[in-house]
Design a protein. Structure first.
Length: 403
């Protein structure tokens, strides 16, 4: 028991003064052992303090003493337990105190740092004759708080009582309560252009919002947004990350960036990416040529024809969307059919630049397990670089991209 005399308010002020220059320890799911302090033990001498970090919305502390105590020991005239909290990094004062005391029954209260204004009620409960548990809401700390420092204390006063005890002694414990950030930025394509090829540079950014900067990240994939996730890369460190993924043309993938901070908080973000079917895999009939291909084309190739009646075909599975990949600078018009049904035309004259994503037709036409798309040149010069078909990717909020 750290022995200091005085009223509750004076004891707390002195306690803060003792801890101003004390170092900060790391801890979230925390278990603090407090050694049996020198001197005669008091009824509320703290032995252990635990912090349950399973929730980032409600925090639960348990305080265990060396000796049994009664509710009468927590009468406000006799003493109380508490959690001292700093939220602004200025250790010259406190922003919150969580008290545990008895008034007709065991009670908990969250007050301002001076202990004079009630912020919210806390839930307090006995756990045996040596342990009390108190829990409070994250919102009770105030808006915008992403982390805080804390220590536990026990205060006794009145006749024959003179003391307070802190756990840990002369040290603050850091509690990171904010999820890290994970954000997928892109796949190496610009504007409405398709991805550059079958090696896709996935860029994403991770950061530790409420902690001290260290983030463990991983990048995960699953084909068509279904089935199990596969981890393809992992690392540590905040900031911009870039990981190349190798896939096949005509495929679709759900990508997930995951961030874990030192406190055990976790965040993730998912995005879908479609890899076009390359024009080299289509079936061409007529005078199509590849001489006008440009390195900026998907897979570096394109097919071009100015002969009316020339055509190409390819297969698309059911459930996929429909997006043309068209080179810019051509004015051709092609008639499109799906499974023999006329669905309109594809026109190249209104587009400029390279590898343009151009909406094709509603996927309702993909009514068969495998659907045949045919395009016949009607006029002008038509160029094709590929076709992107992707399923509707659903988010993964429940599983969090877990392996």
């Amino acid at each position: 028991m750290n022995r200091r005399g005085g009223s509750a308010g004076a004891a707390l002020l002195l306690l803060v003064a003792l801890l101003v220059a004390a170092p900060t320890a790391s801890g979230d799911d925390a278990s603090i052992s407090d050694g049996d302090d020198i001197g005669e033990r008091d009824a509320l001498d703290i032995r252990y303090v635990g912090l349950d970090h399973r929730s980032t919305r409600r925090f639960t502390y348990s305080i265990t003493t060396y000796d049994p105590f009664t509710l009468a020991d927590l009468d406000p005239d006799a003493g109380n337990f508490g959690i001292a909290i700093d939220t602004d990094g200025d250790l010259d004062d406190l922003e919150r105190i969580v008290y545990v005391f008895t008034y007709r029954k065991l009670r908990g209260a969250v007050t301002n740092g001076a202990g004079r204004r009630l912020i919210a009620r806390a839930h307090a409960e006995r756990r045996g004759n040596r342990t009390v548990e108190v829990s409070f809401e994250r919102r009770d700390l105030g808006s915008g708080v992403t982390s805080y420092r804390w220590f536990a204390f026990a205060l006794t006063q009145g006749a024959g009582r003179c003391c307070f005890d802190t756990a840990p002694n002369r040290k603050w414990i850091w509690h990171d309560i904010a999820k890290p950030s994970a954000s997928i930025l892109g796949f190496g394509n610009e504007g409405n252009q398709s991805v550059p090829g079958t090696t896709i540079p996935v860029s994403f950014e991770v950061s530790d919002v409420g902690g001290q900067g260290q983030v463990a990240w991983s990048l995960r994939l699953r084909e068509d947004g279904r089935g199990a996730w596969t981890e393809i890369a992992s690392g540590t460190g905040s900031g911009l990350q870039e990981v190349p993924i190798s896939v096949s043309d005509g495929s679709a993938w759900q990508v997930c960036a995951v961030a874990n901070d030192d406190a055990g908080n976790r965040a993730w973000e998912t995005e879908g990416v479609s890899v076009p079917m390359d024009d080299q895999g289509f079936g061409f009939t007529g005078a199509w040529n590849t001489a006008e291909s440009d390195p900026s084309d998907f897979q570096g190739t394109r097919h071009v024809s100015s002969a009316a009646g020339d055509s190409f075909t390819f297969q698309v599975p059911a459930g996929f969307g429909a997006v043309w990949i068209l080179p810019g600078g051509y004015d051709g018009i092609g008639r499109v059919t799906v499974n023999g049904q006329d669905v309109g035309t594809v026109t190249g004259s209104q587009y400029s630049g390279f590898r343009q994503f151009v909406p094709a037709f509603p996927d309702v036409y993909f009514s068969l397990p495998t659907n045949t798309v045919e395009v016949v040149v009607e006029s002008g010069t038509l160029a094709i670089d590929g076709f992107a078909g992707s399923p509707a990717f659903a988010p993964d909020p429940a599983n969090g991209c877990k392996l």
